[in-house]
Design a protein around this ligand. Structure first.
Ligand SMILES: Nc1ncnc2c1ncn2[C@@H]1O[C@H](COP(=O)(O)OP(=O)(O)OP(=O)(O)O)[C@@H](O)[C@H]1O
Ligand SMILES: [Mg+2]
Length: 131
């Protein structure tokens, strides 16, 4: 398992690169590699921009039926998200963004678990499986 800081734009690039390498190692197709890299990029950027910086833990995992996958655990100790349903809505943004980062990331991966509360930081765990 790799633990990568997310404190700058360069860190976001490093997270993308690490996810790309692991996804290739895990045998994900080029299309699926790109999907998980895109999701990781959005979530890392959210940790940086909205969460004031955080961490990504990136690892290869194996499913019960022998598939490999890439798991990424993002966390920050920022202000948290008071209304998760609202935050997951296409087009909803508190920062003048497109509001497509969270909702788009969820569509690009196989497993997506968002945990957050106002004042309590934010954690997003995603998995993309090879098929
Ligand atoms: N890690 C986080 N900490 C606190 N708030 C967050 C975090 N991630 C997302 N949010 C909240 O959820 C909203 C929606 O996030 P989302 O990524 O979908 O859109 P965005 O970042 O505003 O715009 P973009 O489309 O550029 O990503 C954000 O505007 C922000 O209010
Ligand atoms: Mg975003």
């Amino acid at each position: 398992m790799d633990e990568l800081p997310i404190q700058s734009g360069d860190d976001v690039v490093r997270v993308r690169q690490r996810v790309r390498v692991l996804a290739a190692e895990g045998g994900l197709s080029l299309v699926d590699q790109t999907k998980v890299v895109t999701a990781a990029s959005e979530l890392a950027r959210n940790a940086l921009v909205h969460g004031g910086g955080g961490l990504a833990r990136v690892e290869l995992v194996r499913s019960g039926n022998g598939r490999s996958g890439v798991k990424i655990d993002f966390r920050d100790e920022g202000p948290g998200i008071p209304d998760l349903d609202l935050a997951m809505t296409d087009g909803w943004s508190t920062g003048g963004g497109l509001g497509l980062g969270l909702s788009g990331a969820r569509r690009l991966v196989d497993e997506f678990e968002l945990t957050s509360k106002a004042g309590g930081g934010t954690s997003v765990v995603v998995v993309k499986w090879s098929r």
